[in-house]
Ligand binder design. Structure first.
Ligand code: SAM
Length: 228
């Protein structure tokens, strides 16, 4: 059984996808997707030897070597044209690193229809990068597990260049701020509290900084209070 976080990633994977899982580590995600019959072919990519070997072992003991290819490779280098990959998952790393992995090889993404990205942080940075590079976010989820809050996004090629998001949508997530789930509220209440703590420690002389934090706190308040 997958963790709640990886299950949410799996739920976004289209039926019969040909999947590349970048940074697959133990390869739990592709193994689960094949076992449940949702997909039939996957490449598990790993750049670090230890996790790569653990993926190889897990795929072998699961008797899935005919359906999952494990490759020691950096990011999208793990996929070849013959794989005919149409779906890429990148989960459990910083938003910065996810953007870096995509930026290193954007041409390879032309035939990829769906990207499922689960950044552990840097969500705004990643959304901004995606929109600036011809992608659009088609859905989002937020969930909590073991006292941590995770966001994930399903991404497609932008159909038009006007797929711009407002600054608020980049920060909070267009779908998440519209849905305003209990987890979303908890995340931003905590963020607000953190900012208030910083603000309380800033000396009056740091007027500009104080104002910046004040505005961010008020922005969160406005988003949380806005009616749907
Ligand atoms: N994707 C799994 C999950 O969400 O549970 C594993 C997450 S694990 C914290 C991140 C993995 O990504 C590590 O095993 C790391 O070695 C791998 N990784 C980091 N950068 C990578 C890159 N450029 N290419 C391939 N794998 C990478």
């Amino acid at each position: 059984k997958l963790s709640k976080r990886l299950q949410a990633v799996a739920d976004f994977v289209p039926d019969n996808a040909r999947l590349l899982d970048v940074g697959s580590d133990h390869a739990y995600l592709p193994i689960n997707l094949i076992r449940t019959g949702k997909i039939n072919f996957a490449v598990a990519g790993e750049v670090v030897k230890g996790p790569f070997e653990s993926a190889v072992d897990n795929v072998r003991v699961s008797n899935l070597t005919d359906k999952i290819t494990v490759r020691l490779a950096n990011g999208l280098v793990a996929m070849t044209a013959d794989d005919a990959i149409n779906t890429v998952t990148i989960a459990g790393m910083g938003g910065n690193l996810i953007a870096e992995i995509l930026a290193a090889d954007t041409a390879k993404l032309e035939k990829v229809e769906t990207l499922i990205l689960q950044p552990n942080n840097g969500e705004k940075f990643l959304r901004t990068w995606l929109v600036a590079n011809g992608f659009s976010i088609s859905d989002e989820r937020i969930l909590s597990e073991h006292d941590k809050i995770y966001e994930l996004m399903r991404v497609r090629h932008a159909k038009n260049t006007n797929a711009n998001l407002t600054s608020d949508e980049l920060t909070f997530g267009k779908y998440l701020m519209n849905e305003k789930s209990a987890v979303f509220k908890a995340k931003w209440r905590a963020e607000q509290l953190n900012m208030q703590k910083i603000l309380d420690k800033l000396p009056a002389a740091a007027a500009e900084k104080r104002q910046m934090f004040q505005e961010k706190i008020e922005k969160i308040e406005a988003i949380l209070n806005a009616s749907k």
